[in-house]
Design a protein around this ligand. Structure first.
Ligand SMILES: [Fe+2]
Ligand SMILES: [Fe+2]
Length: 200
């Protein structure tokens, strides 16, 4: 079996990159510059369809197993399970505001900014808690059988944005991600540092 922890961590890095791009667009909006609403919508579409439908359900199974093996982590695991539901709803809400703004439906800029800020803060905190508090414990106590149970419940499916076969809808977003990584490399900056504390 491929290292499930490594794959899990890679997906978090990918999500954090998307949150960074989303924040860049929100910053443009705050400066009075028209953001790229299509890019923002693609980010939310990916988060709703891959993170919420593949990544989070797999975590849900892993967290249930983890709570059985380590009652001390149960409280944190249960809170993260609830946060998956909140993130899905907040993502829907934000996507609706982005689509309205992109279609020139009159939507107060402050409403979109607030929805985006809430999403960014909440999501980064969620990722940070998983990386800092939960994954190190999962690495210690989850067994091969536990990971097999995760796979049996919901097999890992190809990532339509960061995987080898990029979905047509995501081609522009993927180019933006690759471009950002290139700019970071050219500046001598690490291109894989997300906006949440790295796992120790
Ligand atoms: Fe999660
Ligand atoms: Fe996660």
């Amino acid at each position: 079996m491929a290292d499930p922890l490594a794959a899990w961590h890679t997906e978090h890095i990918n999500f954090a990159r998307l949150l960074d791009i989303l924040e860049e667009q929100v910053t443009a909006l705050q400066r009075g510059v028209s953001p790229n609403y299509l890019l923002m919508a693609d980010i939310l579409y990916y988060m709703r369809n891959f993170a919420d439908r593949v990544h989070h359900p797999r975590e849900d199974v892993a967290y249930a197993r983890l709570a059985e093996r380590d009652p001390g982590i149960k409280l944190v695991a249960n809170r993260l399970l609830q946060e998956h539901r909140v993130l899905a709803t907040a993502g829907d809400d934000l996507l609706a505001h982005i689509n309205e703004a992109g279609e020139d439906v009159v939507t107060p800029r402050a409403v979109l900014e607030a929805a985006a800020a809430t999403y960014l803060v909440y999501y980064r905190h969620h990722l940070s808690t998983e990386e800092r508090d939960v994954m190190p414990r999962a690495a210690q106590v989850l067994t091969e059988q536990d990971w097999a149970a995760v796979d049996a419940t919901l097999p890992a499916s190809p990532d339509p944005l960061f995987g080898g076969n990029v979905l047509e809808r995501f081609e522009t977003l993927r180019r933006q991600i690759d471009l950002d990584a290139k700019v970071a490399r050219d500046r001598g900056l690490p291109s894989d540092i997300p906006s949440f504390p790295a796992r120790q």
